[in-house]
Write a protein that binds this ligand. Structure first.
Ligand code: EPS
Length: 387
């Protein structure tokens, strides 16, 4: 059974839509949880005026009855309050492309000198639908004891060295939730907030690094048999597909390239006392430089994905550009935007990663209903323990 999703919608159109196909019948759909993730996506210090207008919530149009998935496509609609796409006065054409945005390439590709034709779809507003899809997938992951944690690692070069350990997740989550930048480190948060404030005064923008951790995956999700099915390839593709993401690392990532193998690869140990109870079937790794995948498959260790977000392309001071009608030099156009959306990106990356984990979970344990999927999962775990 394949789990996949499609999003639709423009930033200032009537709404954004996510359609998720392949969710097994009987999956509990926790609307409050999905809406909570949408609210988190709207937050973080440095967001623009749009987030004061919107109050993102899903309306489930299809696929759910009495709180449970019925096996058909689940369609979620998030209405845009700031809906004005056809109003020429309030949503004027954009003729001076912003370097770093989809404006120039999009206007050439679609043979128009109005960048709005493409920017409305290219906008990161679309991530509201991806978060909805990912949070829905998490409703399924929970049923298999799989949980996640997303956070900001750095903004504008101001980083935290906080270690993320599964046993400390609730205290880390409390610190993150108390942070204006979703960084579980009060000192780093303070530095990040100041950097965003300074960028705002300078009419500039800031990017950063976000991190997602997924805990409790059984070993063997993904595949080494075909490059398309490698979990790390899926994760990297999905995360690179998020607006403004320019780099993805799994585990040690680029750092692994400068170390000898003996300081990269995670030793394998076996703890017989955890053979029955542990999702990794008793196999223990004292380190997790691999970030939870080897050979494109989960190892049972936490899956760790880090992503670099470039600064927002809509810059108050403008950047050198040209007017597409005259080809004369002009500063790029400015419209309301964020100064920094790295906190929001941490929520997007976490949910997008979870969707990819749910996708490989579904490939390994198919079946039309959650009950059938559970039976397959139990049969696999029993076989893997005694093989
Ligand atoms: C966003 C809504 C948008 C932008 C941002 C993300 O709102 P508006 O353009 O109406 O102010 O703040 O979009 C971009 C970063 C972009 O490049 O377009 C949202 O809801 O996340």
């Amino acid at each position: 059974m394949s789990l996949h999703y499609q999003t639709a919608g423009e930033s200032h159109g009537p709404g954004m839509v996510a359609t998720v196909c392949g969710l097994p019948a009987g999956t509990p759909v926790d609307e409050a949880f999905i809406n909570g993730e949408l609210t988190r996506r709207q937050g973080g210090y440095g967001r623009g005026g749009r987030q004061h207008i919107e109050s993102d919530r899903i309306e489930i149009l299809t696929g759910v009855r009495r709180g449970l998935a019925i096996g058909s496509p689940v369609t979620m609609l998030i209405r845009n309050r700031d809906s004005r796409l056809d109003d020429l006065e309030r949503t004027p054409p954009v003729h001076r492309p912003r370097p770093g945005h989809a404006d120039l390439a999009g206007s050439i590709k679609y043979l128009t000198d109005d960048c709005r034709e493409t920017l409305e779809r290219a906008s990161a507003r679309e991530t509201v639908a991806r978060v909805a899809a990912g949070a829905l997938a998490r409703c399924l992951l929970r049923e298999f004891g799989i949980d996640s944690f997303g956070m900001v690692r750095a903004i504008g070069g101001h980083a935290t060295a906080a270690a993320v350990d599964e046993s400390a997740i609730s205290s880390l989550a409390a610190l993150r939730d108390a942070s204006d930048t979703y960084c579980p480190d009060p000192d780093a948060t303070q530095r990040q907030v100041k950097a965003i404030h300074d960028a705002k005064l300078a009419k500039d923008t800031l990017g950063g690094i976000v991190e997602a951790h997924v805990f409790g995956c059984p070993p063997g999700l993904g595949s080494c048999m075909d490059w398309r099915d490698r979990l790390d390839a899926r994760l990297a593709g999905a995360v690179m597909g998020i607006q403004a993401i320019k780099g993805v690392e799994i585990g040690l990532g680029f750092d692994a390239a400068s170390r000898p193998g003996s300081r990269v690869h995670d030793p394998i140990e076996f703890d017989a006392s955890r053979r029955e109870s542990h999702h990794a079937l008793g196999f223990v790794r004292p380190s997790n430089n691999a970030g939870g995948t080897e050979g494109g498959m989960t190892t049972g260790q936490p899956v760790v994905v880090r992503a670099a977000m470039k600064p927002i392309a809509t810059i108050g001071q403008g950047l050198p550009s040209v007017d597409l009608r005259t080809r004369e030099p002009e500063r790029s156009q400015h419209e309301r935007s964020d100064i920094c959306a790295v906190a929001a990106a941490s929520v997007v990356v976490e949910n997008v990663c979870c969707f990819e984990i749910a996708r490989v979970l579904r490939e390994k344990f198919s079946g039309d209903s959650l009950r059938e999927m559970r039976l397959q999962h139990q049969a696999f775990v029993a076989a893997a323990r005694t093989r």
